[in-house]
Write a protein that binds this ligand. Sequence first.
Ligand code: URA
Length: 198
Amino acid sequence: MSETDGLCVESCERCPALVASRSRIVNGVGPDDADLLFLGEAPGQYEDEGGEPFVGRSGDVLDEALRDAGLSRADVRITNCVRCRPPDNRDPHKEELANCRGYLEAEIAAVDPDLVVTLGKVPTEHLLDRSVAVTKEAGEVQDARVGERSQRVLISVHPAATLYDASQRDTFTDAIAHAAELSGLADADGGQSRLGDY
Ligand code: URA
């Protein structure tokens, strides 16, 4: 992919702290015309090493929820608000989110998804531009202004939330199942109908 297709950032030095902490720029993955786009916060250690969003423990939780909803990782696009790993996995600063915003807007415009699923507080607040209690609002669908477009957004808790609070598991799984349903990508009964193939 080239830098001009809106999907891939090959070089950027806008955030000095992130340039110092990253091993590489982590671009989004998945079909460039996906109906469903998952938006995380920023790469962590595993993503920084592997060069792909959500490949650590959070990624395992996301993959499992996608499978339960009758989807696979290959069906969807996955990206982050910020493409470089923040030092010590801290939240990205406002200025860093702003510096990366143009790349995110270009990616969303290029992919043109029916639905963006925001994974956790940072991406949800970044797109909706207000403070959000994600555990309360998870599963809700709202419209957000993303660059020139009005984008349908489904709010979800972050997959990592399920690792330290088991009560978030259903909240997360239900939000992903709802996203699969709204996007029309899932089997009518989630992944279950596939069992008949074996
Ligand atoms: N958490 C995120 O928000 N993004 C990733 O890519 C991995 C973990």
